[in-house]
Design a protein around this ligand. Structure first.
Ligand code: CA
Ligand code: CA
Length: 486
């Protein structure tokens, strides 16, 4: 009992001394008062706040460095958002006290206000002044806007202009992070940039290859840029800096961009909101074919030649396909036998070209009707077709062979003919074959001749003839002709 009474008395003495502002020798300068209090607002950057992202908005706290020893509670607290009471701790709440917005706020400017009195009952019921704090803040729940201006979705571009350009903006809390992904073909190769230093999936740009395999070797390129605090950012990348286009083959890309603003609104919240464009890079020339005439065996047995589907109409047709519209198809038609070229109206010694007519666009049929039966003679011809896509890539193909000119002789029988005997030989001899003073056993006479039908048009008369040859089967009895064709 004696010891407890002494302790109580001592504490009362100390309390009285401290309340009077005095300090015992060797003791701290603690005073019986409530330390000064502040409201520490914890709203996001530049007072921007995003519903659901930052729940807390501020905290009542002591200003450090005070010698006051009391530990107050906040009392008579009122916490308002835009003049409406918001959810607040009630009654005696120890300081520090966090405060949070308790409802979804619309976009734009808002005001937070708090008032309270600080009381410390353990410190003799000491009560501090009423406090009041106000804060203007802004709600931003809008994702950054992304506009990919180039290329357009689902277009075909050339290697002369493989630029990806976009604008990313956030007019409220401003941009936090922007990353760009690029996939080649099936997605093996891609690069990604992060402009704010936030953690991202990839932190380097990888080199891609635009070829049939779409395989990806890697080339690391520094890729982190700090765009600072900006509302909008314009980017333009030349894919030639990142992709090897040396294969000359067509390939596809997907470019996608996602961004966060500084309070965490994300364009990539769902797959549907992914901002991306698909496009193709055209490197390859058109695939061109000639479908008529064909290089084929002559059904009449005249060897390998150029066979028109309709020999009376030597129309040249084909197809030319490309990723891009086929801009032009042209031909050279060469009469190899006479070493001359068709210029659309007549034959020329110098090389000439004629344009084909294109039907359709990316899957283009083409034809040339300027060649007529009457201007073609029999001989070796070479037809070379060229196709050019809209980016200037050119391909060629050709068909070459013997063209056998056909004449319509009608069905009238030849009733008259001219027989020109060209040679008679005593075929039993190896020398002196033209002697027809026959010796025993020499009874075989060979003959070659040509038979020309009468009543033919003048232009055909030198062309239509039968070359025939034969021998007599018995003395004085010619055998039937055994060779010959017109
Ligand atoms: Ca925003
Ligand atoms: Ca092409």
């Amino acid at each position: 009992m004696k010891t407890r009474g002494f302790a109580v008395i001592l504490s009362l003495i100390c309390a009285g001394l401290l309340a009077a502002g005095a300090a015992l020798p060797g003791m701290s300068q603690a005073q019986r008062c409530i330390p000064p209090i502040q409201m520490e607002w914890t709203i996001g950057p530049d007072q921007y706040y995003s519903n659901g992202y930052y729940t807390g908005i501020g905290e009542v706290n002591y200003i450090p460095g005070s010698a006051c020893e009391c530990q107050a509670s906040s009392q008579y607290t009122n916490f308002y958002i835009d003049g409406q009471i918001s959810g607040v701790p009630d009654g005696n709440t120890a300081i520090p006290t966090p405060y949070a917005v308790d409802r979804v706020l619309p976009e734009g400017e808002h005001t937070a206000a708090i008032s309270f009195t600080a009381v410390d009952f353990a410190c003799g019921g000491i009560q501090d002044q009423p406090y009041s704090f106000n804060k203007i803040f802004y709600v931003d729940t809008t994702k950054p806007a992304i506009t990919i201006s180039k290329p357009q979705n689902n277009v075909v571009v050339s290697t002369a202009d493989p630029i990806v350009a976009a604008e990313i903006s956030d007019s409220a809390s401003k941009l936090g992070s922007v990353s760009i992904g690029l996939s080649v073909g099936n997605g093996v190769c891609w690069f990604k940039r992060d402009f704010s230093g936030r953690a991202v999936y990839l932190s380097s740009i990888e080199k891609g290859y635009c070829d049939a395999a779409n395989a990806g070797g890697m080339l690391s390129v520094p890729c982190t840029e700090d765009i600072g605090t900006v509302s909008s950012f314009n980017m333009a990348y030349d894919l030639r800096d990142y992709v090897d286009f040396s294969s000359g083959q067509d390939c596809g890309f997907i470019v996608f961009i996602d961004a966060l603003d500084r309070v965490g609104n994300h364009t990539y919240d769902s797959y549907a909101e992914e901002h991306f464009v698909n496009f193709m890079v055209d490197q390859a020339p058109p695939n061109i074919t000639i479908t008529n005439p064909k290089a084929a065996l002559d059904p009449l047995g005249a060897g390998f030649g150029m066979i028109w589907s309709d020999p009376d109409a030597p129309v040249i047709t084909g197809s030319a396909t490309d990723l891009s519209p086929v801009a032009k198809v042209w031909l050279t038609i060469k009469d190899e036998t006479a070493n001359r070229f068709w210029n659309g109206a007549e034959w020329h010694a110098a090389t000439c070209t004629v344009n084909a007519v294109i039907v359709g666009s990316t899957t283009a049929a083409w034809e040339y009707e300027g060649l007529r039966r009457e201007v073609m003679r029999g001989g070796i011809f070479t037809i070379t077709a060229y196709a050019q896509d809209k980016f200037g890539h050119v391909s060629r193909t050709e068909v070459s062979g013997k063209h056998k000119k056909r004449y319509d002789l009608g069905e009238e029988e030849f009733t008259g003919y001219i027989l020109n005997v060209k040679e008679l030989q005593n075929t039993a001899r190896s020398e002196d074959t033209y002697s027809f003073i026959m010796k025993p056993g020499e009874d075989v006479i060979g003959m070659t001749a040509e038979i020309l039908p009468e009543k033919l048009a003048a232009e055909l008369s030198p062309l239509v003839k039968w070359n025939v040859a034969g021998i007599n089967g018995a003395s004085g009895m010619p055998a039937p002709l055994n060779t010959g064709s017109p």
